[in-house]
Ligand binder design. Structure first.
Ligand code: GLV
Ligand code: MN
Ligand code: MN
Length: 409
């Protein structure tokens, strides 16, 4: 499976993945998913929001066990964030068939569309739409950096944008969703475990800061006459780092757009996106408020206008305790794992994470859980993202154990 996936959407120079929603690279990944489903004799369906499902057994029977993740990527993403969960899902099914498991509940494998939000700025669009946490109207207004709206992009990819929206009946057929994911930090490396389970996802959001000044000549405009939006922007980046550092939070300006973007022109507009996250909502609110306050003060000092727009927000997600504990018991029992026991009594480590996931979005409407696979460097959202083959196999076997345990309580 990896051999077929590796070339898809990979940039020849950076070696990173650029699998953005509704692009040809995305279509290639989707075709790969369909082929994997067909090879295994699974029923393949695409829901109204473009999420792909592969079914063993009839999902209409309900109480289905579903696993999977996403195939899209951030700009120059790694090979594992997303695809590891989908590849492992198919591999776990193969393992269960090898074991001769009797499938008494329908088993589904899913590829959620546009998880990273790399193109339209909002993460987890597929799962948000299906679970009713993103309205069709708002989704229709999403626009990419080239001015192409989400509906036009969907249409160009052969999908019907008017059909998108909440899909409660489809989700009601699911009894449990388990997403396996490469870890995006070093907790498992430090604890010496190949696999962990998710405890909570930090609250997180994205804010757009528009600094508007005045375009002018870089050579002839006296420094005192300038209204240069780059200056308050730069101060704001530093403020974000400072504020996050003095709270238990992270804050990142990872994307910036400059107009007119000329070497010899003072910018008229600097638009920067703040991504901020914290274990606790109060800390997050305080950090973002402090960054905005600093941005306003610096904008004023430079005669620059500032607009701040919250583009998305995801509250803290505490994964379903009953499902998590059940998974812990399954893994403790079936893998003979002897890792440390946390305050939950689990024999696998329970990790909090600052990364968003479809499983977190879906936890609002159904029981969800996550398995993490060790990432020896912790690097993620980068071509250097990595997990060893041994750990990936351990992850597949753990996922197979979990699915089997859920199918046969
Ligand atoms: C998704 O990976 C996110 O946490 O931004
Ligand atoms: Mn990601
Ligand atoms: Mn992911």
């Amino acid at each position: 499976m990896w051999n077929d996936l590796h070339p898809l959407g990979r940039h020849p120079t950076t070696r990173g993945y650029r699998r953005y929603a509704w692009t040809p690279a995305d279509a290639e990944c989707r075709a790969w998913f369909t082929a994997q489903a067909e090879t295994r004799g699974l029923t393949h369906e695409i829901d109204r929001n473009g999420n792909q499902w592969a079914w063993l057994g009839d999902p209409a029977r309900g109480d289905a066990v579903v696993t999977g993740s996403h195939l899209d990527s951030v700009p120059d993403g790694g090979a594992f964030d997303g695809p590891l969960g989908v590849v492992s899902a198919f591999a776990a099914l193969d393992e269960l068939r090898r074991r001769g498991t009797a499938f008494t509940r329908p088993l589904g494998i899913v590829n959620f569309g546009d998880e990273e939000g790399a193109r339209f700025g909002l993460a987890c669009v597929g799962s948000r739409l299906s679970s009713g946490q993103l309205t069709r109207d708002r989704a229709h207004r999403l626009t990419d950096g080239d001015g192409i709206t989400l509906p036009r992009a969907m249409e160009a990819a052969g999908y019907d944008p008017d059909a998108i929206g909440a899909d409660p009946d489809r989700l009601a057929r699911i009894g449990a969703f388990v997403e396996l994911h490469v870890e995006q930090g070093r907790a498992l490396d430090l604890s010496g475990d190949a696999v962990g389970v998710a405890g909570a996802i930090w609250p997180h959001g994205r804010w757009r800061f528009d600094f508007r000044g005045e375009a002018n000549h870089a050579g002839t405009t006296r420094l005192t006459d300038r209204r240069d939006p780059m200056l308050p922007y730069a101060e704001t980046v530093l403020a974000a780092r400072r504020e996050a550092g003095s709270a238990r939070a992270v804050a990142t300006f990872g994307k910036v757009a400059v107009e007119p973007n000329g070497v010899n022109a003072i910018p008229s507009l600097v638009r920067g996106w703040l991504d901020s996250r914290a274990p606790d909502q109060r800390d997050l609110d305080a950090v973002v408020a402090a960054v905005e306050k600093a941005a306003r003060a610096h904008a004023d000092a430079h005669g620059v206008d500032l607009d701040v727009v919250r583009e998305s927000f995801t509250p803290v997600v505490e994964f379903d305790h009953a499902l998590r504990d059940r998974i812990g018991r399954i893994l403790g029992r079936d893998t003979g794992h002897t890792g440390h026991t946390g305050d939950t009594g689990l024999t696998v480590p329970v990790l909090g994470t600052g990364a968003g996931h479809d499983a977190g979005i879906l936890s609002a409407v159904l029981p969800t859980a996550m398995l993490f696979v060790r990432n020896p460097t912790g690097v993620s959202h980068s071509p250097a993202e990595y997990a060893t083959e041994d750990d990936c196999v351990t992850g597949v076997l753990a996922l197979a154990d979990v699915l089997e345990g859920l199918i046969h309580p």
